[in-house]
Design a protein around this ligand. Structure first.
Ligand SMILES: [Zn+2]
Length: 317
């Protein structure tokens, strides 16, 4: 049972998870799996150092195709043995996930599911769609595979602002002659969930004639319009907005913190990779060290206020 009581009381324990959307560097340059992928090696070590130091389990949402590399599969196996959760983030991370047909969606989910099960010996039970892009077919497919949670829903306008930022980055890259190979404009905009922030999850499902097939863990912060839900990348958008979202996160019912490996990396990690200049991850142009320290501070702050960290799979217990 999750306690939703305020941290402000300073007494109650609140279960919280850390969701690491393990979008690999290889994926960002269209080369998944990338042997020696820095995100799966030195960047993962940075995250694990902090997780180990503060005994915080992390749920790693893994792109299935990355597991075809022996080195990455070995790391995933180790993470599982250390007690972290290995969860499903689709096979190839198609950014137009929302508009794909039922057979393709089943394939995307089942292929990643089987690769994770083979690698760890445990079937994954938590799912996150690529880019929080929801598809009408995913619920029944996840149910048939025994999933216990789906955190693909992001019912807030801030996600749409993030899409605009992705497009803006593509335009700037093009003007600067920097080739961006990840995602076409069409893929970025191929969504079915533009009304999600207006309607909320329940009404949106009803509008689409869908049932809630597995328990949902939407990315929401007490259903507030402002400030938006806190996720770590927000620190790169605006310090003030992130600060106000984090304060709200401490007080309300948001159940997990989201991080990405790109939050803790910069171009020094990837300059030996020939095609690194094609990456479209804007925040990698900025040094990561201060953000790594900030992540640790955020975790400590949450712990001081009574957070008990758990895996996504245990949030609904
Ligand atoms: Zn992703």
């Amino acid at each position: 049972m999750i306690e939703n009581s305020s941290f402000e009381s300073g007494h109650s324990i609140r279960k919280l998870a850390v969701s690491c959307n393990m979008d690999s560097f290889g994926h960002s340059i269209g080369q998944s799996p990338l042997p020696g992928d820095p995100f799966w090696h030195q960047v993962l070590d940075r995250i694990l150092n902090i997780a180990d130091k503060h005994c915080v389990p992390i749920t790693f949402f893994v792109i299935g195709s990355d597991l075809q590399d022996v080195g990455i599969a070995k790391r995933v196996k180790e993470l599982n043995q250390l007690g972290h959760e290995i969860a499903n983030h689709s096979f190839s991370h198609p950014q137009n996930f929302g508009l794909l047909d039922s057979a393709t969606i089943r394939n995307e989910i089942a292929l990643a599911h089987n690769l994770i099960a083979q690698c760890t010996g445990m079937e994954p039970v938590s799912f996150l769609s690529p880019g929080w892009n929801v598809n009408p077919y995913q619920g029944s497919i996840l149910k048939s595979l025994g999933y216990s949670s789906d955190s693909s829903y992001f019912p807030h306008f801030i996600l749409q602002l993030a899409l605009i930022k992705m497009i803006q980055k593509k335009v700037i890259d093009r003007l600067q002659g920097r080739k961006t190979i990840q995602y076409s404009y069409r893929e970025i905009l191929s969504r079915q969930d533009y009304l999600l922030p207006l309607l909320g999850v329940e009404k949106w499902l009803k509008l689409k004639g869908l049932q809630k097939e597995v328990p949902l863990l939407p990315m929401e912060n007490g259903n507030k319009i402002f400030p938006p839900p806190y996720w770590f990348t927000l620190e790169y958008f605006s310090k003030h907005l992130a600060q106000s979202s984090f304060r709200n996160f401490c007080k309300t019912g948001q159940k997990y913190l989201v991080i990405h490996p790109a939050d803790f990396s910069d171009i020094s990690d990837v300059k030996s990779i020939r095609s690194y200049k094609t990456n479209s991850l804007g925040r990698m142009d900025i040094g990561y060290k201060k953000y790594l320290k900030l992540f640790e501070e955020r975790l400590l702050n949450l712990k001081l206020h009574g957070a008990q960290f758990t895996r996504m799979r245990d949030l609904n217990d």
